[in-house]
Design a binder for this molecule. Structure first.
Ligand SMILES: [Cu+2]
Length: 378
């Protein structure tokens, strides 16, 4: 770009900024962090404010002296450069002041860190697992409360290229999930955070937690939310192509609501377990299989089964999906190491796996006529 063009562009930007400036300044301006709803998030907020004020005061002091000196001791007024060489006084001052500032920051920062790290005496333990590209919540104190949480259907549809959906019409676009994590208010919740494939990070600013989810490691964190509400977060570690599409929704509810939510979860887990021993008809398997496929498989293998070759193979005409049942069951149950094809045995129920395999073998132009029942899934 030529120099004159650059200058023209810069002056245009400046005009725009001057025109827009007042409007922006008067709008509801929320630039600061939020103090959140836990003691930890409040501590983080206070620390941030402390450091911000120290920076502001130091900035005003340093620039003040600098501007004053430039104006009042300029060469054109006949000023001569002062000599501070080997001045012990100056050396002591510029060592002591930063030292005092550092200590003033380090003390509350260390206190906060120690407090954050102490996850002892939890009321509730939840294992949080990052999976490309969803979260699994396992309430380890409660039998049968374990579920996946992924981007809600509305956002999922709208985010597709040429979806025709106006994303501004979608509530909480890309920040909503199908099944939120639920915890009671005023209880210490300990999180055990890990991952199955790559590094993810569980991050909910309102509760002051941001922890890496690393395969093979279990990281700990905790929070105690003091206000009921819905708090949103996201995966905060670049984790692959859909990194931007694995939000977190945390619902903090009253203790009574939490207890009834747990009951509901256990009842539906019981129903799912009963399905795993049932024998289905072909129609039932196909209907259930389509639902599972659209939700869990279509992202890679395509809604029409065409896949995205050569990375994600097509299901239509696939050797495995039209070959013998055992091979097909194996790849869905155990996945394929070193590829994006995950082991679904811990993510889907037996009935769901049986249904989705039946569906793949009889949809998208595949016509094996095979039925797979939950009892065949090991
Ligand atoms: Cu992630």
């Amino acid at each position: 770009m030529s120099a004159s063009k650059t200058i023209k562009m810069l002056s245009r930007l400046l005009c725009a900024a001057l025109l827009l400036g007042p409007a922006v300044a008067f709008a509801d301006f929320e630039l600061n962090l939020s103090p959140g709803v836990t003691e930890v998030s409040q501590m983080q907020y206070d620390l941030h404010m402390l450091v911000l004020w120290i920076c502001t005061i130091a900035g005003i002091g340093v620039f003040g002296v600098m501007i004053y000196s430039i104006i009042n001791h300029r060469k054109s007024k006949g000023a001569k450069a002062a000599q501070f060489h080997e001045s012990t006084t100056v050396e002591v001052i510029w060592t002591v002041i930063p030292f005092v500032i550092l200590v003033a920051i380090a003390v509350p920062a260390t206190k906060g860190l120690l407090f954050m790290e102490d996850s002892s005496n939890p009321d509730i333990n939840i294992k949080v697992t990052g999976i490309q590209w969803k979260w699994e919540y396992d309430y380890i104190d409660e039998q049968g409360v374990r579920f996946l949480s992924q981007l809600d259907e509305k956002s999922e549809k709208a985010r597709k290229l040429n979806s025709g959906v106006d994303v501004t019409s979608v509530d909480n676009y890309l920040l909503d999930v199908d099944k939120p994590m639920v915890v009671p208010v005023n209880k210490r919740v300990r999180l055990l955070i890990t991952a199955t494939d790559v590094i993810h990070a569980w991050w909910v600013p309102a509760v002051g937690v941001k922890r890496d989810a690393i395969p093979g490691f279990v990281n700990e964190s905790w929070f105690k939310a003091t206000e009921p509400g819905v708090y949103r977060g996201q995966c905060a570690e670049l984790c692959g192509k859909d990194h931007g599409f694995m939000p977190i929704v945390l619902k903090v509810v009253s203790e009574a609501d939490y207890a009834s939510w747990i009951k509901e979860q256990q009842a539906s887990a019981g129903a799912a377990a009963a399905e795993d021993t049932k024998t289905f008809t072909m129609d039932e398997l196909m209907a259930k299989g389509k639902a599972v496929y659209d939700k869990s498989c279509a992202a890679c293998h395509g809604v029409t089964g065409a896949g995205i070759p050569p990375v994600f193979p097509a299901i239509t005409g696939s050797k495995i999906a039209t070959g013998d049942k055992a091979g097909h069951i194996d790849i869905v149950v155990n996945g394929k190491k070193g590829t994006a094809m995950a082991a679904y045995k811990s993510q889907l129920s037996k009935a769901e796996i049986a249904a989705v395999i039946t569906y793949e073998r009889n949809a998208f132009g595949n016509k094996t006529g095979d039925m797979v029942q939950p009892s065949e899934i090991k």
